[in-house]
Ligand binder design. Sequence first.
Ligand SMILES: *Cc1c(COP(=O)(O)O)cnc(C)c1O
Ligand code: SF4
Length: 349
Amino acid sequence: MDTWHSIVRHSITTIDDLKKHLDGDFNALNDVIARYPMRINSYLLDLIKKHGPAIGRQFIPHPDEIHDTACTADPLGEEQLSPAPNLVHKYPDRVLLLVAGQCAAYCRFCTRKRIVGTPKMKITSEGLTTALDYIRSHTEIKEVLISGGDPLLLSDDHLAAILEKLRCIDSVEIIRIGSRVPCTLPMRVTPELVAMLRHFHPLYINTHFNHPAELTPEAEKACTMLADAGIPMGCQTVLLRGINDDATILRNLFRKLLKIRVRPYYLFQADLSLGTDHFRTTTDQGIAIMRQLYGHLSGMAIPTYALDLPRGKGKVPLTPDYIVKKGDILHFTNFLGEPCCYPEPKNFA
Ligand SMILES: *Cc1c(COP(=O)(O)O)cnc(C)c1O
Ligand code: SF4
């Protein structure tokens, strides 16, 4: 059996290679991948062949990527909010630490598309030391979210060394890893990796599935191994036009995730990341979808629909408004659209 390393190494990265494996008009794509790299491994290629555009459009480059005039390169203002290399400090009690520049596959809608998979994303051990010094000296930081790129593309030893250094900082209580590997390269989740990770509890993993077709037996196995190691699993789905902007698809995805002990955490409104405008839906569409979930699906399977505000202003939840009229009596509609009311308490001084 191929090791995950060799699966990554043999990924499709050129247009000539893509043409050998898939049908389609890929001629205009050399300019696209010169700016934004492509990486499609054999596991994903099989999934694309089996399920078509719902998977393919996430990973196959598109000419629109270089004709985007609506979005900006660093929509979340990460570079302004960075007090040390590859560290983003936006919220008082938690930071984002970028430890890897590569991913198992390059999602075309990536929020860090400007740098991920390119030499612009420089990860050095000096930079990491500076970032760790910052975390150590800011004791208000209780949680470190490790992302990239994909941290699970690092070797077990390299990742263990980073986790070890974080665990030596007393003020850091929670470590959270963000990784799409359970979806894009599930064979990376080996017994050795899992045995290593369980030394660093409390450790959480937020993964990233966007479509029910991604929940293969292999993906299910990877998530189960991690959950069995006591790692609470969450999922950060991105709402993508023409891929999953549909209540039936998302209901199915969230229900299946819950069944394999991955709790839907966020459904993200697509960021304003340059080269991804063609994936965006309107927030009205997103809110209408959420309205078709509340009450119709286990509350545990319903993520928060969130918009990560431009310029690093933080995430805000977007929720359907069930309130029709406020006053002594609150008038609202329930999940079935029935009018309901609730008398407010009289003495609320
Ligand atoms: C999203 C994000 C976090 C984590 O936010 P949660 O709401 O706790 O998931 C932390 N730091 C940065 C910079 C972020 O963008
Ligand atoms: S796995 Fe995450 S970081 Fe990597 S390309 Fe996809 S969205 Fe971007």
